[in-house]
Write a protein that binds this ligand. Structure first.
Ligand SMILES: [Zn+2]
Length: 193
């Protein structure tokens, strides 16, 4: 599958973020899994060349891979995430291979079997490669799930600071406000006669 990734350094974050965005539409959950249109929209956003064709079999296999990748995002520490990534790469990843997709992008690394590999193979191997590079770079889990109960979106850990809990500033703020309100409600209730 083609992807436009001119440099490893910049492409790793994009590829990891793409993995998180694909997980968000492929994992079961409220209103999910989404249909092929939502999936195609994510692939298009990341520069996948047209036409993007996903068969029913592709979609079923992509959803199966999403369940495997969910375990990496659900890892609470780097050791667990590393072991799970190693487990997924073993027997699935092929030797690293540089490609330009016939000159349509800069040279970048793939660990799928070839440029025309099935979607699910590409999704698993490209996601694991990007998440593994991030983990090695940061010595921390490469991603997580938003701690907001009304969200739960997968996110990528890219910063060097403390581990993130929320997918976005918006979710973090909403949860802080909710906690504050709950505390105030608790205080006023306890002062009732
Ligand atoms: Zn969130």
């Amino acid at each position: 599958m083609a992807s436009q990734e001119p440099l490893l350094g910049s492409s790793v974050h994009d590829a990891a973020q793409r993995a998180a965005d694909l997980l968000a539409v492929l994992l079961p959950g409220p209103g999910h899994p989404a249909g092929p249109a939502a999936l195609i929209a994510v692939l298009r956003k990341y520069g996948e060349p047209e036409p993007i064709e996903i068969s029913a079999t592709d979609l079923a296999e992509l959803r199966r891979v999403a369940l495997l990748l969910r375990e990496v995002f659900a890892s609470g520490d780097a050791d667990t995430a590393a072991n799970r990534l190693n487990g997924l790469l073993a027997g699935r990843a092929h030797p690293p291979r540089l490609t330009t997709h016939g000159g349509t992008s800069g040279w970048h690394l793939h660990v799928d079997s070839n440029d025309d590999a099935p979607w699910a193979e590409w999704f698993l191997t490209s996601s694991c490669l990007a998440l593994a590079v991030l983990l090695a770079d940061r010595q921390a889990p490469p991603g997580g799930f938003c701690a907001s109960p009304s969200c739960g979106r997968p996110f990528v850990n890219v910063g060097r600071g403390a581990a993130r809990r929320y997918c976005s500033h918006r979710c973090g703020t909403r949860e802080r406000v909710a906690r504050h309100r709950a505390l105030q409600a608790g205080t006023s209730e306890s002062t009732l006669p």
